[in-house]
Design a protein around this ligand. Sequence first.
Ligand SMILES: *Cc1c(COP(=O)(O)O)cnc(C)c1O
Ligand code: SF4
Length: 354
Amino acid sequence: MSSATPQPCGSWKHELQTAVTKPHALAFPMAGGPQDVDSVVRRYPMRVTPYFLSLIQQWEDPLGKQVLPNIQELTDTLPHDDPLHENRQSPVPGLIHRYPDRVLFLVSSECAVYCRYCLRKRLVGNPFVVTDQTREAALDYIKKTRSVREVVLSGGDPLLLETDTLNHLLEQLRCIPHIQVLRIHTRVPGVLPSRITDHLVSMLNRHHPLYVNIQFNHPNEITPQSTHACAKLADAGIPLGSQTVLLKGVNDDPEVMIRLMQKLLTLRIKPYYLHHPDPVRGTGHFRTEIACGLSIMEHLRGRVSGMGIPQYMIDLPGGGGKIPLVPESVLGEENGMLKVTGLHGKVYGYPGKA
Ligand SMILES: *Cc1c(COP(=O)(O)O)cnc(C)c1O
Ligand code: SF4
């Protein structure tokens, strides 16, 4: 990123300007050779904020894996870069309309970090994907589509827009009578917490009901800085949810997931979704088995407050939507008695008939 006006040190814009975008600039040993990772970032851009970098000790630790390029991004065998058919469910560029009552509005193509497992790997970091024109066309579509009650601002990351730009967008959405609820999907509080300024928060506070769902994938992402950023949002009366992506070698471990969900609750964040990673080209090395996700869900149940249990979601290829998967607990029925697996795997009978 470059800009004519230098920003004061410590501001979020200064942090973005000094974000690492080239693998050589990193101090720790690379996974793969220098040519390898260079070819990866030529295809899929790299960006890591100095703050997030300070939390990484090694290239392939749970935080490093999420944002540092890996040659496997170019060698996997997944054929599709848009398996969810987002492009086909896009009535105007930059807007995805899959469910009758809500739309996904891509308001920015930039993110504070570029996650290597991103489902929109095909789009993020490309400045031509979201423009003033696509935003205008999307607003027009939302205005004339009266079945839409909720707008989910996504991207890219909506919180990378200038505060005034985002304010203007939210104002325009708020002027549409059939729009009841606004929601922002962001990773910013966990990767660029300095962006959560008083100015931003007081602006967001003017657009209620506004929900913010924040991506957190590992307990090490919860630091004094990210905790403070989330507290500011919660203090402004913004209901907070989390989205976590199940990632091999990052959080595919019940103990890690339990710690993450417990910590999220202490930040006043209600865990919302645990996403099974989508089969997107370039992300195959992050995929685990569904059985692994179901087993994590089983471990969470009973070990973590019910408030801290997200729904485990798969997004069906071909545009079938997000569907929750639940560990099977009903084993069968015998003479009106259900056989149900209880805590710790013991089987109990339950009267299934009235
Ligand atoms: C995920 C998603 C939404 C939001 O779905 P919720 O289940 O309400 O969180 C909306 N539109 C599209 C296209 C999506 O992929
Ligand atoms: S912040 Fe979200 S949209 Fe941006 S790269 Fe990460 S997963 Fe993709």
